[in-house]
Ligand binder design. Structure first.
Ligand code: NAD
Ligand code: HSO
Ligand code: ZN
Length: 821
């Protein structure tokens, strides 16, 4: 803020007589006035200076006065060098303006004259000819009385207008002043022009009045009703732009009925507008309205989101959780009439403080964690321990809570993903390159690598090559066995033969995740079945590493399966490129593969767009495992299986159902989890995953399977006696690992089963990826004359019931020719 005048007043209450308070210097003659000044300083933050007139000896109570002023919004103290000496240890130099003597700090002064410096601004006081000094670039200290006395006719020639006009310069031929209009939060509303006359009118009426270049004086809102209350006037740093700070009424500043000529507000301002609107007139079913009405719910959500923010680890999660917390916090503010401007004023006051509290957390927050969650993953002693629930005594609700997956924020994710998908659809390769730079921090020259893939991009060790080759062979063998190459033929009745035969889907897209961990194994799991099914074009997509290169193992697999190309992109943008095609990415008929929530949301989105004509395999999200164990299980084996999925991501979940086990037996598993977890490089991810993972104690195997079927895990591991005998009990699961020596890792890599599996309970209705995922099935039939005789009448009768005569005719015409009717 720059003002051409610092208006000097004798008493705090005189501040209120200074219109559109620019900057005011209040004289402090008695300590009793402090409270009054503090109240004003909080209101006119950053605009109040205090002239210390209490004498030159500063005792302890006066130090308190200094601190009270500076801690509560007073911008600076005008003091003598004697006073400055005594308070310097407690007050930063930048907050002192020395009135006399030479000062070593940036604030200079010339003894005997009243020139001082506030920051880089020169301030001169009490002139005979203030306007001349203002014109030279000084801020003038002018007594309020002097100002009002010198300019007797404030209606037409207000002293303030004169001061502003003297300070301003313009290089416009029409002599008008460029004027920026903002709200009190400094959000730009629009750009207009002012003249001396319009400024005078604005000050006289206390409203937004400008100078239209075509129509003369422009009283904003006179016809539209979108009027403005003028709050403040400021100049920019070189005095060639005026700023009107206003309170806008009506539809907004812009003639297009938006808040601002630069478009509608976004972010916090938009959220605030929505919250206030919901407060006034929320539609039925509005969640925000429910929050306003249910204080308990609102407060619980604030605490829940604060906890989630504390637990978030990645940049993306922290931003996500912080946004949630801000939403609920602002809802509470709106409920009690607190605006963003109020919050920001508080922040600014705090920023002006010269003394700070130590900043320790209150004891209840420090102690609470340890007391509330004795078995929490980040408990007092830092142990990584699963939660534990005894189903034999716990309530149904408590058990259900343990079986709930970490929340996926699908609606919000859709809002993030939709513009990404749209952008790639419209702008193709250019968007792909831009979004990869944005999200993966890699600047690519081309987003696609076409086959044949250069050998130097497939440099891998001999051991890894062998491992890939073994896994490739096993996956191929198992998926070939699933290939229904033979045509299925059935004579349903004499002369009627129905058939079904498989055909490969022509062009398939395989998404290989690469955000938190590079997963070459997923490239095998997707492309080998595609190869077996006979797909013509196999397209890979995977985010490039920070060096812009693809993982060599992924390139090697692409080469082995004869992939057409590799798209160097991840997330929603990769899915969109394969769904719609770009200049260099072939459009795919179906997209397979797991991924994070952006990938999953984008897959859902494109599969719902009939213009994309693109199918997807299934929603495959964060990995999960459910282990059923009994007392015969090796605690180390059980712990290792739980951890192998826990390390995938913070939103993964692992569940242990302990059948008829004692606390001591379960303690052994807990101990093994903690011990093994600490050895893992991804221990911090594991720690967070274990936080929402539980051991559930049940009495019987039947109960365990009933619970597991309800949860429908992606992976089910059976570490129980006679495990194979129990497989019949499995109704819902992506893939089952039977017995002590079948760790889930085998299925992840090399045994031959597929690891792209339904998560989040979708195992109730979806299968994991398999050979048929890459095929479609076509049926055919041959109906002979004899066959027509068998079913002709039935067809005609049913067509008649449906009133579809053409259907009926198609049979009738033949039956008549054959003489059957
Ligand atoms: N169910 C299964 O069969 C299976 C198999 C393997 C992996 N997985 C799961 O797949 C997931 C892989 O996730 P990942 O993150 O490691 O890799 P990913 O490849 O799925 O996602 C990384 C991409 O997300 C995009 N992205 C990141 N932040 C973004 C943001 N703020 N806005 C828009 N886009 C953003 C980036 O483009 C990045 O390339 C894990 O949850 C893992 O458990 C599941
Ligand atoms: N377990 C994951 C599927 O949920 C797949 C995977 C890849 N690499 C290791 N694990
Ligand atoms: Zn895994």
């Amino acid at each position: 803020m720059v003002s051409p005048i610092l208006v000097s007043v004798a008493r705090a209450r005189d501040v209120l007589s200074v219109p559109f308070v620019s900057e005011v210097l209040v004289s402090l003659k008695t300590a009793a006035a402090v409270q009054e000044i503090v109240a004003l300083a909080k209101e006119y933050l950053g605009q109040i200076y205090v002239d210390w007139a209490l004498g030159s000896a500063v005792d302890d109570s006066e130090i308190d006065t200094v601190l009270a002023l500076l801690n509560n919004g007073v911008s600076g103290l005008f003091v003598t060098s004697a006073v400055a000496e005594q308070i310097r240890a407690r007050v930063p130099n930048a907050r002192l303006v020395i009135k006399d003597g030479k000062d070593a700090a940036e604030n200079i002064c010339v003894s005997g004259e009243t020139q001082v410096k506030i920051g880089k601004r020169r301030v001169f006081g009490f002139f005979d000819e203030p306007l001349q000094q203002i014109a030279k670039g000084y801020t003038a200290v002018i007594e309020l009385d002097q100002l009002t006395k010198e300019y007797e006719d404030p209606g037409t020639k207000t002293p303030f207008v004169e001061c502003y006009v003297a300070a301003m310069n313009t290089d416009r031929p029409d002599g008008l002043y460029t004027t920026l209009v903002t709200d009190s939060r400094n959000q730009a509303l629009g750009l207009v022009y002012s003249s001396k006359k319009s400024i005078a009118e604005a000050m006289r009426t206390g409203t937004g009045v400008y100078q239209s270049r075509k129509h003369g004086l422009w009283y904003k809102g006179q016809t539209s009703g979108a009027t403005q209350k003028l709050l403040q006037l400021e100049l920019d740093c070189d005095s060639d732009c005026l700023k009107f700070v206003v309170e806008q009424a009506g539809a907004g500043f812009c003639h297009l009925d938006t808040d601002s000529c630069f478009g509608s507000s976004k972010g916090l301002a938009a959220l605030e507008a929505t919250l206030w609107d919901r407060k006034e007139n929320a539609p039925e079913g509005s969640y925000t309205k429910r929050l306003f009405e249910d204080e308990k719910l609102l407060n619980a959500k604030i605490k829940e989101e604060a906890d989630e923010l504390v637990e978030a680890a990645s940049k993306e999660e922290i931003a996500w959780e912080a946004a949630d917390l801000v939403y609920f916090a602002l809802a509470r503010c709106a409920k009690y009439g607190v605006t963003l401007a109020d919050i920001e004023r508080n922040l600014d006051i705090k920023a002006l403080k010269v003394t700070r509290r130590k900043g320790d957390a209150k004891p209840k927050y420090v102690e609470q964690k340890a007391a509330e969650k004795p078995k929490a993953p980040v408990n007092g002693d830092g142990r990584i321990v699963m939660n534990r629930v005894d189903a034999t005594s716990a309530s149904k609700e408590d058990i259900e809570k343990c079986l709930q997956r970490p929340i996926q924020k699908s609606a919000d994710i859709m809002n993030l993903v939709t513009p990404i998908v749209e952008k790639v659809r419209k702008e193709g390769d250019a968007a792909l390159v831009e979004l990869t730079a944005k999200f993966d921090k890699v600047q690519l020259s081309s987003p696609v690598l076409n086959a044949p893939f250069p050998a130097e991009m497939m440099h891998i060790s001999e051991d890894v090559r062998k491992a890939i080759d073994i896994s490739f062979a096993n996956i191929k063998t198992f998926h070939e066995a699933q290939n229904q190459a033979e045509t299925l033929r059935v004579e349903t009745c004499p002369g009627v033969v129905c058939s079904r035969f498989a055909r490969p889907i022509e062009r398939v897209g395989c998404y290989i995740p690469g955000g938190t961990a590079v997963l070459p194994s997923t490239s095998l799991m997707l492309s080998v079945p595609a190869l077996v099914a006979g797909c013509k074009d196999i397209v890979f997509a995977s985010p490039p590493g920070k060096d812009g290169r693809l993982t060599p193992e992924v390139v090697y697999v692409a080469h082995k399966v004869g992939a057409k190309c590799i798209v160097l992109a991840g997330g929603a943008q990769a899915v969109a490129a394969m769904a719609y095609g770009t200049e260099s990415v072939p459009k795919c008929d179906k997209i397979m593969g797991p991924g994070n929530q952006f990938v999953t949301a984008a897959k859902m989105l494109v599969s719902n767009d009939s213009n994309a004509m693109c199918a997807i395999d299934m929603p495959a999200g964060p990995s999960e495992v459910l282990v059923i164990a009994d007392k015969y299980a090796d605690p180390d084996f059980v712990a290792s299986d739980l951890l192998s999925q826990a390390e995938h991501g913070v939103d993964s979940q692992v569940i242990l159902i302990a059948v008829d086990m004692t606390s001591a037996e379960i303690d052994q598993i807990d101990e093994a989890v903690h011990r093994q977890a600490l050895q893992l490089p991804r221990v911090e991810i594991v720690r967070q995953c274990i936080a929402h993972s539980t051991t559930i104690i049940v009495n019987s195997y039947d109960e365990a399977f009933e619970m597991s079927n309800r949860y429908a895990p992606e992976h089910l591991i059976l570490q129980i006696q006679d495990a194979e005998k129990w497989v019949d009990k499995v109704d819902n699961a992506g893939s089952v690992f039977v017995g002590a020596y079948s760790p889930e890792s085998c299925g992840d890599y090399s045994s031959g089963t597929n690891h792209t599996l339904p998560t989040y309970g979708y195992a109730r209705m979806y299968s994991g990826v398999n050979t048929t995922t890459f095929q479609k099935f076509i049926t055919s039939q041959v109906v002979t004359k004899e066959g027509l005789k068998s079913i002709g009448k039935a067809v005609m009768d049913l067509a008649a019931v449906e009133g579809l005569d053409a259907h009926r005719n198609a049979v009738k015409i033949r039956m008549e020719k054959l003489g059957y009717i």
